[in-house]
Write a protein that binds this ligand. Structure first.
Ligand SMILES: [Cu+2]
Length: 175
């Protein structure tokens, strides 16, 4: 019990400004709430809906076999691979590299499989506005059609300990 009891319930009566404010806040809450399912349907930046369970060892095995098969070069110890047009390509995220460097053909559609071998990473393709969570244990399949030739940087945008800032990779798109 306080020494001096308030004379009335402080928010009663409710002034008109307060009524407006509460109404606006409530409506805005509902708008944001409805935007979640709505954006899932019409937004174009959603995470891929095609996802499979895969063990890190199994994912690495598949990716390594493809690297072995389609390797055309190497840059700073990272293999450069040139997969067949329109094929399934694999990108492995681990502390602290993106492996391999992909060399893709402009205008072809690829199925890009991404997974992590250790902890959570974030796949960000620069300078495009693309961001995807990459967790171990899941094979995320992104359908990718490069429309512009050039070199794209792949960076990690999910803090993954001490070498996070060095975790960069590359996607090369040829005409
Ligand atoms: Cu990372």
């Amino acid at each position: 019990m306080s020494l001096k009891v308030p004379e009335r319930v402080w928010w009663k009566p409710l002034g008109w400004q307060e009524k407006v404010w509460v109404t606006v806040s409530l409506v805005w809450c509902l708008v944001l709430f409805l935007m979640m399912p709505l954006w899932m349907a019409v937004g174009k930046q959603n995470n891929p809906t095609e996802t499979y369970r895969v063990s890190p060892a199994r994912f690495l095995e598949t990716a390594s076999a493809l690297i072995e098969k389609y390797k055309v070069g190497e840059e700073k110890g990272i293999p450069i691979i040139r997969p067949p047009r329109g094929s399934d390509v694999y990108l492995v995220a681990r502390m602290w590299q993106w492996n391999p460097i992909l060399e893709l053909k402009k205008g072809e559609t690829y199925r890009l499989h991404v997974s992590s071998l250790d902890l959570q990473h974030g796949l960000s393709i620069q300078p495009l506005n693309m961001n995807f969570q990459v967790l171990p244990g899941y094979d995320y399949v992104l359908t990718l059609t490069p429309t512009q030739a050039g070199e794209y940087s792949v960076i990690c945008n999910e803090y993954c300990l001490i070498g996070h800032h060095n975790m960069t990779g590359k996607i090369i798109v040829r005409e």
